[in-house]
Design a protein around this ligand. Sequence first.
Ligand code: SF4
Length: 353
Amino acid sequence: MNNTDLRDLTKTQLTDFLHSLSLPPERAPQIFSQLQRPGLHNIEQLELKKDLRKRLGAHAGLSRLRIKEIEISADGTRKYILRLADGLLIESVLIPGRGRHTLCLSSQAGCAMGCKFCLTAGLGFKRNLRPAEIVGQVLAVMEDMLRNKMRNGRLRELINNLVFMGMGEPLANYDHLLTALHILMDQQGLEFTRRRITVSTCGLTPALQRLPNAVKVNLAISLHAADNDLRNQLMPVNRRYPLDDLLAACRAYPLPRKGVILFAYLMLKGINDQPAAARALAEKLTGIPCRINLLPFNESRELPYKRPGGETINEFRTILQQAGYTTMIRDSRGGDISAACGQLALREAKARA
Ligand code: SF4
């Protein structure tokens, strides 16, 4: 699309854009609100006077993500493979829970972070997603949910939570992420509140420090190791932004009353699953209001890691609980459809190759 994509714009940016075209800027809230509706695919569908639509259409367009494929897991998890305008594929995963639906979003096509346990890392980095492509995932999934009559109620209640835990490192696409968050949180749009959005990072500390000044959202950290040597091996980002600096930034992260930071800890057999590792983790997180999610590794042919046994995982959890941490074991949903990050896109890329 050569013209401006209206879905890339926050309401304020849309107001400025209309102004720059000598179109009535006071129409911005009305147009913005319509842009956040699933099923609206072109400017012709906007409820506006014909001449205004025509003048707008001469300078702007609307992008849309196409669903290439949906894989539905036995547990109801729906994995969407979405095609971007340039043909790249990304994925979003809709996870139903007791009366609540969580949507896991991608922020980049591929990823440059190179985490050793992650299949997306094997794809390499393709490009950052534009705000319209981040918001577009929500709209494409909502459209599918409406088509399949998956939920009743208001549009804003279709999806309860958004988590940025799909392909890519959200904070490496900082500016577009912020714009997308402002669009998603706008009261004249889909109105996701702070409570309902979680941004997860592998540890880009400077961006993490800037984030709360720009937008208030929940924070999750992919930790996976409690010492620098092991984290350096598993997550190359740690060589640039070491663990203690990352945890210092977490300590300074402003939280709402009773708010916590979520730490995700992928459990890899014989690598980071020993009782001593649990004790080191408990020690490292001292003073951070947090919750810990233990994620037993989902084995795959492409990666050398193994999943620890149940007893090992339980022992690890008990040590953390005895140290006072709320700790959950979270088995990844949709295991039968490769819903762990990047698995399907990798398979696709391989098939194409
Ligand atoms: S785990 Fe996340 S940050 Fe690390 S390579 Fe995979 S997608 Fe990127």
